[in-house]
Design a protein around this ligand. Structure first.
Ligand code: GMT
Length: 381
Protein backbone atom coordinates (compact mmCIF):
# COMPACT_ATOMS: atom_id res chain seq x y z
CA UNK A 1 0.00 0.00 0.00
CA UNK A 2 1.44 3.36 -1.00
CA UNK A 3 -0.56 5.57 1.40
CA UNK A 4 0.07 5.76 5.16
CA UNK A 5 -2.03 3.36 7.17
CA UNK A 6 -4.69 4.93 9.39
CA UNK A 7 -5.96 3.48 12.67
CA UNK A 8 -9.67 4.17 12.95
CA UNK A 9 -12.18 3.43 15.71
CA UNK A 10 -15.86 3.19 14.70
CA UNK A 11 -18.68 3.58 17.22
CA UNK A 12 -22.15 2.65 15.94
CA UNK A 13 -25.39 0.89 16.78
CA UNK A 14 -25.68 -2.82 16.12
CA UNK A 15 -29.43 -2.62 15.57
CA UNK A 16 -31.11 -3.23 12.18
CA UNK A 17 -30.83 0.15 10.49
CA UNK A 18 -29.05 2.30 7.96
CA UNK A 19 -26.48 3.86 10.29
CA UNK A 20 -25.02 0.45 11.22
CA UNK A 21 -24.95 -0.54 7.53
CA UNK A 22 -23.13 2.64 6.51
CA UNK A 23 -20.67 2.33 9.42
CA UNK A 24 -19.94 -1.31 8.51
CA UNK A 25 -19.47 -0.66 4.80
CA UNK A 26 -17.12 2.31 5.31
CA UNK A 27 -15.11 0.35 7.88
CA UNK A 28 -14.81 -2.74 5.67
CA UNK A 29 -13.81 -0.68 2.64
CA UNK A 30 -11.17 1.17 4.71
CA UNK A 31 -9.87 -2.19 5.97
CA UNK A 32 -9.62 -3.51 2.37
CA UNK A 33 -7.52 -0.42 1.62
CA UNK A 34 -5.05 -1.53 4.29
CA UNK A 35 -6.18 0.66 7.22
CA UNK A 36 -6.83 -0.83 10.67
CA UNK A 37 -10.43 -0.49 11.81
CA UNK A 38 -11.72 -1.20 15.34
CA UNK A 39 -15.51 -1.38 15.79
CA UNK A 40 -17.14 -0.58 19.15
CA UNK A 41 -20.76 -1.54 19.81
CA UNK A 42 -22.84 -3.78 22.07
CA UNK A 43 -22.61 -6.53 19.43
CA UNK A 44 -21.37 -6.66 15.83
CA UNK A 45 -23.73 -4.92 13.37
CA UNK A 46 -25.39 -7.40 10.99
CA UNK A 47 -23.50 -6.40 7.85
CA UNK A 48 -20.05 -6.32 9.46
CA UNK A 49 -17.90 -9.21 8.24
CA UNK A 50 -15.52 -9.93 11.09
CA UNK A 51 -13.47 -12.26 8.91
CA UNK A 52 -12.16 -9.23 6.94
CA UNK A 53 -8.45 -8.63 7.56
CA UNK A 54 -7.63 -5.46 9.54
CA UNK A 55 -11.03 -5.44 11.33
CA UNK A 56 -11.42 -5.93 15.07
CA UNK A 57 -14.52 -5.82 17.23
CA UNK A 58 -14.67 -4.53 20.81
CA UNK A 59 -17.86 -5.24 22.74
CA UNK A 60 -19.22 -2.44 24.90
CA UNK A 61 -20.46 -4.32 27.95
CA UNK A 62 -22.44 -2.34 30.52
CA UNK A 63 -21.45 -3.23 34.07
CA UNK A 64 -24.07 -3.59 36.77
CA UNK A 65 -22.67 -2.82 40.19
CA UNK A 66 -25.01 -3.58 43.09
CA UNK A 67 -24.73 0.00 44.36
CA UNK A 68 -25.93 1.51 41.09
CA UNK A 69 -29.55 0.96 40.13
CA UNK A 70 -28.99 1.83 36.46
CA UNK A 71 -26.37 0.50 34.11
CA UNK A 72 -24.93 3.13 31.78
CA UNK A 73 -24.07 2.41 28.16
CA UNK A 74 -22.37 5.77 27.68
CA UNK A 75 -19.92 5.15 30.55
CA UNK A 76 -19.11 1.67 29.26
CA UNK A 77 -18.71 3.12 25.74
CA UNK A 78 -16.33 5.86 26.92
CA UNK A 79 -14.32 3.31 28.92
CA UNK A 80 -14.05 1.04 25.86
CA UNK A 81 -13.06 4.01 23.67
CA UNK A 82 -10.24 4.88 26.09
CA UNK A 83 -9.02 1.29 26.17
CA UNK A 84 -9.19 0.76 22.39
CA UNK A 85 -7.65 4.18 21.63
CA UNK A 86 -4.65 3.31 23.80
CA UNK A 87 -4.20 -0.31 22.69
CA UNK A 88 -4.78 0.34 18.98
CA UNK A 89 -3.16 3.81 19.02
CA UNK A 90 -6.19 5.21 17.19
CA UNK A 91 -5.74 8.24 14.95
CA UNK A 92 -9.46 8.94 14.71
CA UNK A 93 -12.83 7.87 16.10
CA UNK A 94 -15.69 7.83 13.58
CA UNK A 95 -18.94 8.34 15.46
CA UNK A 96 -22.17 7.20 13.79
CA UNK A 97 -25.31 8.77 15.28
CA UNK A 98 -24.60 11.56 17.75
CA UNK A 99 -26.24 10.25 20.91
CA UNK A 100 -24.77 8.62 22.93
CA UNK A 101 -21.67 8.02 20.80
CA UNK A 102 -20.45 11.64 20.57
CA UNK A 103 -20.93 12.00 24.32
CA UNK A 104 -18.82 8.88 24.92
CA UNK A 105 -16.15 10.27 22.58
CA UNK A 106 -16.12 13.59 24.45
CA UNK A 107 -15.58 11.81 27.79
CA UNK A 108 -12.87 9.57 26.32
CA UNK A 109 -11.02 12.56 24.90
CA UNK A 110 -11.08 14.35 28.24
CA UNK A 111 -9.42 11.34 29.84
CA UNK A 112 -6.91 10.72 27.04
CA UNK A 113 -5.75 14.34 26.84
CA UNK A 114 -3.07 15.12 24.26
CA UNK A 115 -2.92 11.50 23.09
CA UNK A 116 -6.64 11.44 22.20
CA UNK A 117 -7.75 10.52 18.67
CA UNK A 118 -9.54 13.04 16.49
CA UNK A 119 -13.34 12.67 16.29
CA UNK A 120 -15.48 12.73 13.15
CA UNK A 121 -19.24 12.66 13.76
CA UNK A 122 -21.70 11.45 11.13
CA UNK A 123 -25.23 12.60 11.93
CA UNK A 124 -27.78 10.10 10.66
CA UNK A 125 -31.38 11.10 11.29
CA UNK A 126 -33.36 11.01 14.51
CA UNK A 127 -30.25 12.03 16.46
CA UNK A 128 -31.01 15.44 14.89
CA UNK A 129 -34.74 15.33 14.11
CA UNK A 130 -35.99 13.73 17.34
CA UNK A 131 -33.29 13.79 20.02
CA UNK A 132 -31.92 17.08 18.68
CA UNK A 133 -35.42 18.57 18.72
CA UNK A 134 -36.11 17.43 22.30
CA UNK A 135 -35.69 20.51 24.55
CA UNK A 136 -34.19 18.40 27.32
CA UNK A 137 -31.57 16.78 25.11
CA UNK A 138 -30.75 19.32 22.43
CA UNK A 139 -28.15 21.30 24.42
CA UNK A 140 -26.31 18.11 25.41
CA UNK A 141 -26.39 16.91 21.80
CA UNK A 142 -25.18 20.29 20.50
CA UNK A 143 -22.33 20.32 23.01
CA UNK A 144 -21.18 16.79 22.10
CA UNK A 145 -21.42 17.45 18.34
CA UNK A 146 -19.49 20.72 18.57
CA UNK A 147 -16.81 19.00 20.67
CA UNK A 148 -15.93 16.80 17.66
CA UNK A 149 -13.46 17.86 14.97
CA UNK A 150 -15.54 17.23 11.83
CA UNK A 151 -19.22 16.69 11.13
CA UNK A 152 -20.85 14.96 8.17
CA UNK A 153 -24.48 14.33 7.19
CA UNK A 154 -25.95 12.04 4.50
CA UNK A 155 -28.19 14.72 2.95
CA UNK A 156 -28.33 18.48 2.56
CA UNK A 157 -31.69 18.35 4.27
CA UNK A 158 -30.29 16.75 7.44
CA UNK A 159 -27.40 19.23 7.53
CA UNK A 160 -29.94 22.07 7.48
CA UNK A 161 -31.96 20.40 10.27
CA UNK A 162 -28.76 20.15 12.34
CA UNK A 163 -28.27 23.93 12.14
CA UNK A 164 -31.89 24.53 13.10
CA UNK A 165 -32.60 21.82 15.69
CA UNK A 166 -29.24 21.69 17.39
CA UNK A 167 -28.68 25.43 17.01
CA UNK A 168 -25.24 24.87 15.49
CA UNK A 169 -23.57 28.16 14.51
CA UNK A 170 -23.85 28.72 10.75
CA UNK A 171 -20.04 28.85 10.45
CA UNK A 172 -19.86 25.22 11.65
CA UNK A 173 -18.89 23.11 8.65
CA UNK A 174 -21.07 20.08 7.93
CA UNK A 175 -19.87 18.09 4.94
CA UNK A 176 -22.68 16.35 3.06
CA UNK A 177 -21.53 12.87 2.03
CA UNK A 178 -24.58 11.06 0.64
CA UNK A 179 -25.11 7.47 1.72
CA UNK A 180 -24.15 4.86 -0.84
CA UNK A 181 -24.79 1.31 -1.97
CA UNK A 182 -22.65 -1.61 -3.11
CA UNK A 183 -24.03 -1.84 -6.66
CA UNK A 184 -22.35 -5.22 -7.23
CA UNK A 185 -24.24 -6.88 -4.39
CA UNK A 186 -27.43 -4.82 -4.85
CA UNK A 187 -28.13 -5.40 -8.53
CA UNK A 188 -31.13 -6.32 -10.67
CA UNK A 189 -32.11 -9.95 -11.17
CA UNK A 190 -30.43 -11.53 -14.22
CA UNK A 191 -33.54 -13.48 -15.13
CA UNK A 192 -36.89 -11.94 -16.07
CA UNK A 193 -39.27 -12.46 -13.14
CA UNK A 194 -42.30 -14.22 -14.55
CA UNK A 195 -44.50 -14.58 -11.47
CA UNK A 196 -48.12 -13.56 -12.00
CA UNK A 197 -48.13 -12.16 -8.48
CA UNK A 198 -46.78 -8.64 -8.03
CA UNK A 199 -44.46 -8.15 -5.08
CA UNK A 200 -44.37 -5.02 -2.93
CA UNK A 201 -41.52 -4.73 -0.43
CA UNK A 202 -40.75 -2.65 2.64
CA UNK A 203 -37.53 -2.79 4.70
CA UNK A 204 -37.15 -0.99 8.03
CA UNK A 205 -36.63 -1.19 11.77
CA UNK A 206 -40.40 -1.15 12.35
CA UNK A 207 -40.60 2.07 14.34
CA UNK A 208 -43.76 4.23 14.40
CA UNK A 209 -42.19 6.90 12.15
CA UNK A 210 -41.95 4.31 9.34
CA UNK A 211 -45.79 4.24 9.12
CA UNK A 212 -45.90 0.55 8.25
CA UNK A 213 -49.67 0.57 8.66
CA UNK A 214 -49.71 2.75 5.52
CA UNK A 215 -47.65 0.07 3.78
CA UNK A 216 -50.27 -2.53 4.69
CA UNK A 217 -53.19 -0.31 3.66
CA UNK A 218 -51.57 0.46 0.30
CA UNK A 219 -51.04 -3.26 -0.20
CA UNK A 220 -54.67 -4.03 0.76
CA UNK A 221 -55.87 -1.72 -2.06
CA UNK A 222 -53.55 -3.35 -4.60
CA UNK A 223 -54.41 -6.89 -3.46
CA UNK A 224 -58.10 -6.21 -3.98
CA UNK A 225 -57.37 -5.58 -7.68
CA UNK A 226 -54.65 -8.07 -8.67
CA UNK A 227 -52.66 -11.04 -7.34
CA UNK A 228 -49.97 -9.57 -5.10
CA UNK A 229 -47.75 -10.28 -2.11
CA UNK A 230 -46.22 -7.99 0.48
CA UNK A 231 -42.72 -8.70 1.77
CA UNK A 232 -41.83 -7.02 5.08
CA UNK A 233 -38.17 -7.14 6.07
CA UNK A 234 -36.86 -6.11 9.50
CA UNK A 235 -38.21 -6.03 13.01
CA UNK A 236 -38.99 -3.57 15.79
CA UNK A 237 -41.61 -2.22 18.17
CA UNK A 238 -44.39 -1.82 15.58
CA UNK A 239 -44.34 -5.45 14.47
CA UNK A 240 -47.17 -6.72 16.74
CA UNK A 241 -49.49 -3.89 15.61
CA UNK A 242 -48.63 -4.52 11.96
CA UNK A 243 -49.28 -8.26 12.36
CA UNK A 244 -52.62 -7.49 13.97
CA UNK A 245 -53.61 -5.18 11.10
CA UNK A 246 -52.56 -7.77 8.50
CA UNK A 247 -54.78 -10.36 10.22
CA UNK A 248 -57.73 -8.02 10.67
CA UNK A 249 -57.66 -7.15 6.94
CA UNK A 250 -57.60 -10.86 6.05
CA UNK A 251 -54.18 -10.56 4.39
CA UNK A 252 -52.19 -13.07 6.44
CA UNK A 253 -51.73 -15.45 3.50
CA UNK A 254 -50.39 -12.68 1.30
CA UNK A 255 -47.94 -10.98 3.65
CA UNK A 256 -44.59 -12.44 4.60
CA UNK A 257 -42.55 -11.20 7.59
CA UNK A 258 -38.88 -11.96 6.95
CA UNK A 259 -37.44 -10.54 10.18
CA UNK A 260 -33.86 -9.31 10.40
CA UNK A 261 -31.78 -12.23 9.19
CA UNK A 262 -32.94 -12.16 5.58
CA UNK A 263 -30.83 -11.51 2.49
CA UNK A 264 -32.08 -7.97 1.74
CA UNK A 265 -30.52 -7.78 -1.74
CA UNK A 266 -32.13 -11.07 -2.79
CA UNK A 267 -35.57 -9.96 -1.56
CA UNK A 268 -35.26 -6.55 -3.23
CA UNK A 269 -34.29 -7.90 -6.61
CA UNK A 270 -37.43 -10.06 -6.64
CA UNK A 271 -39.63 -7.01 -5.92
CA UNK A 272 -41.76 -4.90 -8.26
CA UNK A 273 -42.13 -1.79 -6.09
CA UNK A 274 -40.46 -0.60 -2.86
CA UNK A 275 -42.62 1.28 -0.34
CA UNK A 276 -41.29 3.85 2.16
CA UNK A 277 -44.17 6.02 3.44
CA UNK A 278 -42.17 7.38 6.44
CA UNK A 279 -43.12 10.42 8.47
CA UNK A 280 -39.49 11.57 8.28
CA UNK A 281 -36.35 10.21 6.64
CA UNK A 282 -32.93 11.87 6.46
CA UNK A 283 -31.98 9.77 3.44
CA UNK A 284 -33.80 6.42 3.15
CA UNK A 285 -31.03 3.88 2.58
CA UNK A 286 -33.56 1.11 1.91
CA UNK A 287 -34.95 3.14 -1.00
CA UNK A 288 -31.46 3.50 -2.49
CA UNK A 289 -30.77 -0.24 -2.14
CA UNK A 290 -34.06 -0.95 -3.91
CA UNK A 291 -33.14 1.48 -6.71
CA UNK A 292 -29.78 -0.25 -7.15
CA UNK A 293 -31.75 -3.48 -7.68
CA UNK A 294 -33.78 -1.73 -10.38
CA UNK A 295 -36.89 -1.41 -8.20
CA UNK A 296 -38.91 1.84 -8.46
CA UNK A 297 -39.78 3.47 -5.12
CA UNK A 298 -43.06 4.93 -3.90
CA UNK A 299 -42.26 7.02 -0.84
CA UNK A 300 -43.35 10.05 1.10
CA UNK A 301 -42.13 13.42 -0.02
CA UNK A 302 -40.20 14.23 3.15
CA UNK A 303 -36.74 15.01 4.46
CA UNK A 304 -33.83 13.84 2.34
CA UNK A 305 -35.88 11.43 0.22
CA UNK A 306 -36.12 13.88 -2.73
CA UNK A 307 -32.29 13.87 -2.80
CA UNK A 308 -32.43 10.10 -3.42
CA UNK A 309 -35.65 9.36 -5.32
CA UNK A 310 -36.39 11.58 -8.33
CA UNK A 311 -40.14 12.05 -8.43
CA UNK A 312 -41.53 10.81 -11.74
CA UNK A 313 -38.13 9.40 -12.82
CA UNK A 314 -37.03 6.69 -10.39
CA UNK A 315 -40.28 6.45 -8.45
CA UNK A 316 -43.00 8.64 -7.01
CA UNK A 317 -42.98 10.95 -3.99
CA UNK A 318 -46.31 11.57 -2.32
CA UNK A 319 -47.35 13.65 0.75
CA UNK A 320 -47.07 11.74 4.05
CA UNK A 321 -50.16 9.72 4.93
CA UNK A 322 -51.80 9.96 1.49
CA UNK A 323 -52.37 6.22 1.20
CA UNK A 324 -54.84 6.63 -1.68
CA UNK A 325 -52.34 8.50 -3.84
CA UNK A 326 -49.50 6.12 -2.97
CA UNK A 327 -51.71 3.17 -3.97
CA UNK A 328 -52.57 4.98 -7.23
CA UNK A 329 -48.88 5.37 -8.11
CA UNK A 330 -48.14 1.74 -7.21
CA UNK A 331 -51.05 0.67 -9.43
CA UNK A 332 -49.63 2.73 -12.33
CA UNK A 333 -46.28 1.03 -11.96
CA UNK A 334 -47.82 -2.43 -11.81
CA UNK A 335 -50.11 -2.00 -14.78
CA UNK A 336 -47.95 0.04 -17.16
CA UNK A 337 -45.04 -2.23 -18.17
CA UNK A 338 -43.25 0.50 -20.14
CA UNK A 339 -43.40 2.94 -17.24
CA UNK A 340 -42.10 0.28 -14.86
CA UNK A 341 -39.24 -0.71 -17.18
CA UNK A 342 -38.25 2.93 -17.73
CA UNK A 343 -38.25 3.73 -14.01
CA UNK A 344 -36.43 0.51 -13.18
CA UNK A 345 -33.60 1.42 -15.58
CA UNK A 346 -33.49 5.02 -14.31
CA UNK A 347 -33.38 3.85 -10.69
CA UNK A 348 -30.44 1.51 -11.31
CA UNK A 349 -28.64 4.14 -13.36
CA UNK A 350 -29.08 6.81 -10.64
CA UNK A 351 -27.67 4.46 -7.99
CA UNK A 352 -24.69 3.72 -10.24
CA UNK A 353 -23.93 7.30 -11.20
CA UNK A 354 -24.58 9.11 -7.91
CA UNK A 355 -24.32 6.70 -4.98
CA UNK A 356 -21.40 4.31 -5.46
CA UNK A 357 -19.62 2.94 -2.40
CA UNK A 358 -15.95 3.56 -3.22
CA UNK A 359 -16.24 7.27 -4.19
CA UNK A 360 -18.13 7.87 -0.93
CA UNK A 361 -15.42 6.07 1.06
CA UNK A 362 -12.79 8.18 -0.77
CA UNK A 363 -14.54 11.23 0.67
CA UNK A 364 -14.59 9.80 4.20
CA UNK A 365 -10.93 8.85 3.90
CA UNK A 366 -10.09 12.41 2.82
CA UNK A 367 -12.12 13.78 5.75
CA UNK A 368 -10.23 11.47 8.15
CA UNK A 369 -6.87 12.68 6.82
CA UNK A 370 -7.90 16.34 7.02
CA UNK A 371 -9.01 15.92 10.65
CA UNK A 372 -5.84 14.04 11.58
CA UNK A 373 -3.46 16.46 9.90
CA UNK A 374 -5.27 19.38 11.58
CA UNK A 375 -4.20 17.81 14.87
CA UNK A 376 -0.63 17.42 13.67
CA UNK A 377 -0.37 21.09 12.70
CA UNK A 378 -2.27 22.47 15.72
CA UNK A 379 -0.24 20.36 18.19
CA UNK A 380 3.03 21.69 16.75
CA UNK A 381 1.89 25.30 17.07
O1 GMT B 1 -31.95 7.98 12.69
C1 GMT B 1 -32.53 6.92 12.93
O2 GMT B 1 -33.65 6.90 13.39
C2 GMT B 1 -31.87 5.62 12.71
C3 GMT B 1 -31.04 5.52 11.50
C4 GMT B 1 -30.69 4.08 11.27
O3 GMT B 1 -29.79 3.59 11.96
O4 GMT B 1 -31.35 3.45 10.44
O5 GMT B 1 -31.70 5.97 10.30
C5 GMT B 1 -31.24 7.16 9.75
O6 GMT B 1 -29.97 6.94 9.13
C6 GMT B 1 -29.99 6.20 7.91
C7 GMT B 1 -28.55 6.05 7.44
O7 GMT B 1 -27.95 7.31 7.27
C8 GMT B 1 -30.87 6.90 6.89
O8 GMT B 1 -30.89 6.19 5.68
C9 GMT B 1 -32.29 7.00 7.46
O9 GMT B 1 -33.08 7.75 6.56
C10 GMT B 1 -32.28 7.71 8.80
N1 GMT B 1 -33.60 7.60 9.42
C11 GMT B 1 -34.36 8.66 9.66
O10 GMT B 1 -34.03 9.80 9.38
C12 GMT B 1 -35.67 8.39 10.29
Amino acid sequence: MSVAQLRIGVACFSTFGGSGVIASEIGMSMARRGHRVAFLSDKPPARLDLSCPNISFHAVATLNYPVSAQSSYVLALAAEMIDVAQKERLDLLHIHYAVPHAIGAYLARQVLGAAAPKVLITLHGTDVTRIGADPKLSSLTRFAVLAGDSITAPSGWLAEQAYRNLGLPRETSIEVIPNFVDTHRFCPSRSEVTSAERILTHVSNFRPLKRIEDVVRIFARIRSEMPARLHLVGDGPERPRVEELVHSLGLADNVKFFGEGADVAEILRCSDVFLLPSETESFGLGALEAMACGVPVVASNVGGLPEVVQDGETGFLVPVGNVEEMARQVRRLLTDRDLHARMSRAARSRAETHFQLEPAVDRYQAAYRRAISARASSSTR
